[in-house]
Design a binder for this molecule. Structure first.
Ligand SMILES: [Fe+2]
Ligand SMILES: [Fe+2]
Length: 203
C-alpha cells in the first residue's frame, strides 16, 4: 500500500479534475486494484493503487480538448475513437499523469492507457486495472458478482469475462466496436474455455 501522505496527495489532487461521484469511483477502483494485486501480483501493489486512483483523470475533460492533446502529442486516433471520443480518456489520461500528478512510471501510464478498451498482449498491471475498473464496489450491473468471483480465482479468465461483458454491452447499445477489444477477446478465448471445461472456475 502507498504511504499515507502519498495517497492523500493523489486523492486530493484528483479532486481538481472530477466531481464527487467519479472521485468515489476512482478510490473504489484503487481498492479493487490493490486487492487483485495482493492475490495475483503482490509486487505491483503500489502501482496498482496509483493506476486505480488516476485512471479516469481525463474523463471529465471536454472531448475537443482530448482530441487536441492526442493530436498535439502525435497519438494515433482510430476511426472508432473518432466515432466514440469517450474512448480516448484512457490514452489522454496516461499522457497527463506526469504534468498533473508528477507520476512518471511507464507501467502505470500503460495501464491507464489500456483501461478503456483493453489490448492484446497487456501486461499484469494493465490486466489488474482493466478488471478492477469493471468490478469495483460501485459497480452493480447484473453478473458483476460472477466476474468478481472469477477475478479472485484467475486473472486471465477475468480479463476474458470483462472483454465479453463490454462487447455484449457495446452490441446491445449499437455502438461501434473498438478493434483492440475484439483482439483481446480472441486472445483469451481459448484460455477461458479450457478453464471452464476443466471446471477449475465457476463460470
Ligand atoms: Fe475510464
Ligand atoms: Fe473508471
Amino acid at each position: 500500500m502507498l504511504d499515507h501522505s502519498e495517497r492523500e496527495r493523489l486523492t486530493n489532487l484528483l479532486k481538481d479534475f472530477m466531481g464527487a461521484k467519479r472521485h468515489d469511483h476512482s478510490v473504489k477502483v484503487a481498492t479493487a486494484c490493490v486487492r487483485l494485486a495482493q492475490l495475483h501480483a503482490p509486487q505491483l501493489e503500489d502501482q496498482a493503487e496509483i493506476a486505480g486512483l488516476l485512471h479516469d483523470n481525463a474523463k471529465k475533460m471536454p472531448v475537443p480538448d482530448q482530441l487536441a492533446i492526442a493530436r498535439e502529442r502525435g497519438l494515433p486516433v482510430s476511426p472508432e475513437e473518432e466515432n466514440s471520443p469517450e474512448l480516448l480518456h484512457g490514452k489522454v489520461g496516461a499522457l497527463l499523469l506526469k504534468r498533473r500528478f508528477g507520476i512518471d512510471d511507464p507501467e502505470v501510464e500503460q495501464a491507464v492507457c489500456d483501461h478503456v478498451t483493453g489490448r492484446p498482449g497487456m501486461g499484469l498491471l494493465s490486466k489488474l486495472l482493466y478488471v478492477a475498473d469493471y468490478t469495483s464496489a460501485d459497480r452493480s450491473f447484473p453478473g458483476v458478482e460472477e466476474v468478481r468471483e472469477i477475478s479472485r480465482q484467475d486473472l486471465d479468465a477475468a480479463v476474458f469475462a470483462v472483454a465479453s461483458g463490454k462487447l455484449r454491452s457495446i452490441i446491445e447499445r449499437g455502438l461501434m466496436i473498438e478493434s483492440n477489444t475484439v483482439a483481446l477477446y480472441n486472445e483469451y478465448r481459448e484460455h477461458a474455455r479450457r478453464l471452464l471445461r476443466e471446471e477449475r472456475i465457476d463460470g
